[in-house]
Design a protein around this ligand. Structure first.
Ligand SMILES: NC(=O)c1ccc[n+]([C@@H]2O[C@H](COP(=O)([O-])OP(=O)(O)OC[C@H]3O[C@@H](n4cnc5c(N)ncnc54)[C@H](O)[C@@H]3O)[C@@H](O)[C@H]2O)c1
Length: 373
């Protein structure tokens, strides 16, 4: 009988509820401790999941006294590296850190090094790899159901690292973790736009070439349509993928769209509706982590190295805009090229006035975030 894993969470806002829901769904974890700057965020978590946790306003104190097996890092992006490194130094069994992995590749690499050096398993929260429609699409592609993948098209918004790290990660998942060879892209930033206190662009586009010959196109903020999923065009068929279902068209379907809504390991779309992707993704991610810790699997599909590559492809779009060139991976620039463009004056603001598209998350003074319900 496997022992239940003791979990602590750093940052008890929106996405941390998803982590806790995932841990509890698997029945393999006990959530014992929470850390947040705001006591109200921790109290809300206990109330929501009927937990009896110990609360810490100093996360390092939690790390020092609780003897945790697994730590969730759910602060804003700029805290991901700081808290992953602090947690890794205490040698837990594993860490799940949210996406985007870090604010730049240099910091992301430090996270991998800190976890490797301390023997800690690192997972980055691209939980959509656990959606059954995504896995079905990956399996169909692997067995040649649509021939060679020629183009995958995705529609994003709200900043490349924030929204589209799920999309670059998905492409690699669909292609059996194939490597991206080069990236070319461009962006616009005429306003002083931030997302969770990191600078983001107004709009961006990127083209991505993979080793297997597949290509991908990312349109971010330039179309009215935005969703997680993709149009996938192959030499012998097509797949339309969403977080809930998959449509396939090939010779076997006689040129007609055939819709599949595969069940997850824990839930079905019929039962969870638009919550499905969140609850299924989080539970799958936590479950595979417990398997990894117990040695039932050799690795985790969301291991740190994959989170790094998802971020690298987006930093390469920024780098392409900065250097006006096709960027060959691996990317050598360790700082965030968007920040470099802004700080050097290469990218100037035409409509001044800083604003944050996640301002509604602001807490403090016992104030709840707008999306606390
Ligand atoms: N995987 C996904 O699909 C997904 C979805 C949403 C958000 N996210 C990611 O999750 C992260 C958090 O986003 P969110 O929407 O949950 O934000 P949020 O503002 O709702 O929650 C962040 C929490 O961290 C706390 N915090 C800040 N500094 C802290 C510190 N030093 N110690 C302890 N707690 C601290 C804040 O008080 C807040 O409660 C972001 O990086 C975001 O990109 C991922």
């Amino acid at each position: 009988m496997s022992e239940r894993l003791r979990v602590g969470v750093i940052g008890c806002g929106g996405i941390s509820r998803n982590h806790v829901s995932g841990y509890l769904t698997t029945g393999r974890y006990d959530v014992v401790a929470l850390a947040d700057l705001n006591e109200s965020a921790m109290a809300e978590m206990d109330a929501r999941f009927d937990l009896k946790t110990t609360h810490y306003t100093d996360a390092r104190q939690m790390l020092d006294v609780e003897g945790l097996d697994v730590i969730s890092i759910c602060t804003w992006h700029a805290g991901h590296a700081t808290w992953t490194i602090a947690a890794a130094a205490r040698k837990p069994k594993a860490i799940i850190c949210e996406k985007p992995m870090a604010e730049d590749l240099g910091r992301a690499e430090e996270m991998i090094v800190a976890c490797r050096r301390n023997g800690v398993k690192l997972v980055i929260g691209h939980q959509r790899r656990f959606l059954p429609a995504y896995t079905m699409a990956r399996d169909l592609i692997a067995k040649g159901a649509i021939g060679d993948v020629q183009m995958m098209i995705c529609f994003g918004h709200d900043g490349l690292p924030n929204y589209s790290s799920h999309q670059t990660d998905m492409w690699r998942y669909l292609l059996g973790d194939d490597e991206c060879e080069w990236v070319m892209g461009n962006l616009e930033r005429k306003t002083e736009r931030y997302e969770r206190n990191t600078r983001i662009e107004d709009n961006a586009i990127g083209v991505f070439q993979f080793k297997c010959g597949a290509r991908a196109l990312l349109l971010s903020g330039v179309t009215p349509i935005v969703y997680q999923g993709a149009h996938i065009y192959g030499s012998a068929g097509m797949i339309n993928l969403t977080t809930e279902n998959l449509q396939l068209l090939n010779q076997d379907t006689k040129g007609l769209w055939e819709t599949h809504e595969p069940a997850g390991k824990f839930f079905t779309v019929a039962e969870k509706g638009d919550r499905f992707e969140w609850v299924e993704g989080a539970a799958g991610q936590a479950d595979e982590l417990a398997d990894w810790i117990e040695g039932k699997v050799d690795t985790h599909r969301n291991r740190g190295e994959n989170g790094y590559k998802a971020l690298e492809m987006l930093m390469a779009v920024y780098e392409s805009a900065r250097c006006h060139e096709k960027v060959i991976l691996p990317l050598k620039t360790r700082l965030n090229p968007l920040d470099l463009m802004i700080d050097s004056g290469q990218l100037t603001i035409e409509r001044p006035g800083r604003y944050d598209i996640r301002a509604f998350l602001l807490r403090g003074e016992s104030m709840q975030s707008d999306n606390a319900s």
